[in-house]
Design a protein around this ligand. Structure first.
Ligand SMILES: Cc1cc2nc3c(=O)[nH]c(=O)nc-3n(C[C@H](O)[C@H](O)[C@H](O)COP(=O)(O)OP(=O)(O)OC[C@H]3O[C@@H](n4cnc5c(N)ncnc54)[C@H](O)[C@@H]3O)c2cc1C
Length: 263
């Protein structure tokens, strides 16, 4: 069984600043990380591989050439292979063009199950996973907190909503979007890091995709950003008078609403 995990390289948002003149994110010199929801999706796929040697894990990313280092890291974590879709003609893509490009690449690479993160911490739209499922005509389950059972025919998962959890089953193949709180990603060890360089990242360009130039990159992106600005931070403070139990419940509810914890 081939599980494909979609990962995006994002700036480490705790260290990012905004250019006051242009209002755009300052990326130069900012360390990049694997998007946290995607890292959880990769860990979930690797746990399925640990439990079943027939499972193969492939990682796919679209981005600039420097995303190759991130993909090498996913191989060091245990992925079997990785693909970077990179080409200046694909740059400037919004979610519409990104999902179209990813879907075209996925058709070439092949898959039984696709796992995307729920949301990228920089673009923040949460659209790419669901759009990719639509483009491939596949069922999708979003906000996945746990994969309960996987067979070649069907998958059963726990979906975490703000007030409730749902147990859902989908026929395969399908697309899942995963939450960063669902597991604790494994560490890489030195041996695996060194060994990962024996498995070079596969490179795909526009020429490998059966797509027209007019539907990818900037030309294929209907989203136009009219303005960007930094939100004013208000000094509003809320005061509560609560018991210890009520305080704990309020903190847990707030963290859950913000998807910082899922249990
Ligand atoms: C040459 C080149 C340069 C690029 N430069 C940038 C850049 O500077 N900034 C930028 O934000 N984007 C860049 N992209 C990628 C693309 O424009 C964005 O990925 C896309 O708009 C995603 O939107 P989002 O962040 O809202 O994702 P969301 O919809 O919030 O992402 C949800 C999930 O979809 C998957 N996903 C999203 N994007 C990708 C991707 N690119 N590859 C694989 N999986 C993905 C991940 O699993 C993610 O967790 C570049 C692409 C190319 C080819």
């Amino acid at each position: 069984m081939k599980i494909v995990v979609l990962v995006k390289q994002v700036p480490d948002s705790t260290e990012i600043t905004v250019d006051k003149k242009t209002g755009t994110l300052v990326r130069d010199g900012v360390p990049s990380i694997i998007n946290p929801d995607d890292l959880a999706g990769l860990e979930a796929a690797l746990e399925l591989k640990d439990a079943n040697p027939d499972v193969k894990v492939t990682v796919v990313s679209m981005g600039p050439p420097q995303a190759k280092g991130m993909l090498q890291e996913t191989i060091a974590r245990g992925a079997d292979d990785a693909y970077l879709i990179t080409d200046r003609r694909l740059g400037g893509a919004d979610t519409c063009a990104t999902s179209r490009t990813l879907a075209a690449a996925l058709k070439k690479i092949g898959f039984d199950l696709i796992i995307a993160g729920r949301q990228a911490i920089d673009g923040d739209t949460a659209q790419v996973g669901p759009q990719t499922a639509e483009r491939l005509g596949l069922p999708q389950i979003t906000y996945v907190d746990q994969i309960i059972e996987l067979t070649p025919e069907k998958i059963t998962v726990k979906k975490a909503l703000e007030e409730e959890e749902q147990i859902l089953t989908s026929k395969m193949p399908c697309v899942l979007t995963t939450l960063s709180g669902m597991n604790k990603p494994r560490y890489m060890n030195c041996v695996d890091i060194v060994d990962s360089f024996d498995k070079p990242v596969n490179i795909m360009t526009f020429d490998d995709l059966d797509l027209d130039l007019s539907v990818v990159g900037l030309a294929g992106s209907p989203t136009k950003v009219h303005a960007t600005f930094t939100k004013e931070v208000s000094a509003e403070t809320k005061t509560y008078e609560l018991s210890a139990q009520e305080t704990a419940e309020l903190i847990a509810k707030t963290l859950k609403e913000k998807q910082l914890i899922t249990k």
